[in-house]
Design a protein around this ligand. Structure first.
Ligand code: SF4
Length: 130
């Protein structure tokens, strides 16, 4: 098992200026129904969970055209999810964003226990639970 390295200070500094993060901060909690409006609703969920050595370009491009990109990324950062593509970001990008996010916002007590977004729900249906 490989462990993800901690983001470097210059990566966190860049994440703080990233327009995707700034949009997530603006749109955080603005649209509680974002899960039902994602572009990924009509796309194979595996697209959003590429293997570590596979490109995430297709998923990231789909997210760019998604109306709820900011709310989606805010959700992923609030729950600390570093798997898959959320809100147009890769897990590596989000690790740096997560450091910036946690210094900017307080944890959302209502986020705990929320069901995952549709793409995750559909992925779980593909992976049988033992
Ligand atoms: S992962 Fe998020 S931003 Fe990307 S298409 Fe789905 S809902 Fe939209």
């Amino acid at each position: 098992m490989t462990r993800a390295r901690m983001p470097r200070p210059h990566e966190v500094a860049a994440a703080r200026r990233d327009p995707r993060l700034l949009r997530a901060l603006r749109e955080r909690r603005q649209d509680e129904a974002w899960r039902t409006r994602g572009t990924c609703q009509s796309v194979d969920p595996e697209t959003f969970f590429p293997a570590p050595n596979e490109p995430a370009d297709v998923a990231v491009a789909l997210c760019r055209s998604c109306d709820v990109q900011g709310s989606c990324l805010a959700w992923a950062l609030e729950v600390g999810d570093c798997h898959g593509v959320w809100g147009g970001t890769t897990p590596r990008e989000r690790r740096a964003m997560l450091v910036a996010w946690r210094s900017e916002v307080q944890p959302d007590p209502d986020a705990a226990g929320e069901p995952g977004p549709p793409v995750r729900d559909r992925l779980l249906t593909l992976v049988p639970l033992s």
